[in-house]
Design a protein around this ligand. Structure first.
Ligand code: BJW
Length: 231
């Protein structure tokens, strides 16, 4: 049964051809900053205005008409619909392009851009507008306590127990468009290899930090390599 399970891990590279910037490298989202210094709860406390402006801009970009799922997102949705076994899609991305492409069994391990949460009462809600650091929470009325519902460095990613359960004994593990620089996601391939004889395939434009851990590699843009693998 588990050997029929496919686990797919996606990263920023899968959404690049939909018009969303990746993090690292030239033109990356945090160019000129050390990502580990800005994507942290401490950075948010230091300068909440800057962090809100950054996520407001990304939220607005995500909601622009030209940002749409690309053939890679759609191929993974088809895989879920058509594979007779189980497909578990784990994304590090905070965009909603997998949902829009039709994926249903999806886990956002680093949170979601279109959600905010209140640090005072914990309420989470969907959000498609700009957030200001003085805005009040509609549930508890506290002002200045809203933050993007995303996972920064030093915070616990979502769903890890379910993810490791799915990885354990799966038949195929695919990693698409991720640089392999952020843990625990970068360690998933090792966990799979340690737990059984799964086939492991990396799809990326270039070698990642963990390429050597994969048995197979497909090089090229995800919008080409993912449909070629799935169909
Ligand atoms: C294409 C393409 C095309 C481009 N087609 N491909 C073990 C060892 C060392 C350190 C740690 C460790 N375990 C934990 C840590 C600490 C830390 C960490 O990893 N640090 C590293 C710097 C080493 N990890 C954490 O803190 C994590 N939490 C944790 O481990 O909790 C456990 C714990 C907590 C507390 C106490 C005790 C234990 C949390 C990590 C959170 C990461 N958050 C971010 C921001 C999310 C919100 C947002 O989006 O703004 O997540 S950082 C950023 O990096 C974002 C991404 O999801 C993540 C990964 O980036 P990704 O997707 O790989 O993008 P890029 O840009 O790096 O790469 C793009 C790739 O695509 C490239 O390879 C291109 O080639 C490719 N590409 N175009 C195909 N068309």
């Amino acid at each position: 049964m588990a050997a029929d399970r496919i686990v797919v891990l996606t990263g920023a590279g899968i959404s690049a051809e939909s018009g969303l910037a990746t993090f690292r490298g030239p033109g990356g989202l945090w160019e000129g900053h050390r990502l580990e210094e800005v994507a942290t709860p401490e950075a948010f406390r230091r300068d909440p205005g800057l962090v809100h402006r950054f996520y407001n801009a990304r939220r607005r970009r995500l909601l622009e008409r030209d940002v749409q799922p690309n053939p890679a997102h759609r191929a993974l949705a088809r895989l879920e619909a058509e594979w007779p076994g189980e497909v578990v899609l784990v994304t590090q991305n905070i965009d909603d392009l997998h949902e829009r492409a039709g994926s249903r069994r999806l886990l956002h391990m680093h949170g979601e851009l279109l959600r905010i949460r209140c640090e005072a009462c914990g309420q989470r809600r969907s959000c498609r507008e700009d957030i200001d650091c003085t805005d009040a929470c509609i549930a508890c009325g506290s002002a200045g306590t809203l933050r993007p519902d995303v996972v920064w460095f030093g915070e616990m990613p979502h769903g890890l127990e379910r993810i490791y359960e799915a990885l354990s004994g799966c038949g195929l593990f695919l990693a698409v468009g991720t640089s392999g620089q952020v843990y625990p996601a970068a360690g998933f391939v090792e966990a799979v290899r340690a737990s059984g004889a799964a086939r492991t395939i990396e799809l990326n434009l270039e070698p990642s930090a963990v390429s050597r851990c994969f048995a197979e590699r497909r090089t090229g843009p995800a919008a080409r390599t993912v449909p070629a693998l799935v169909d």
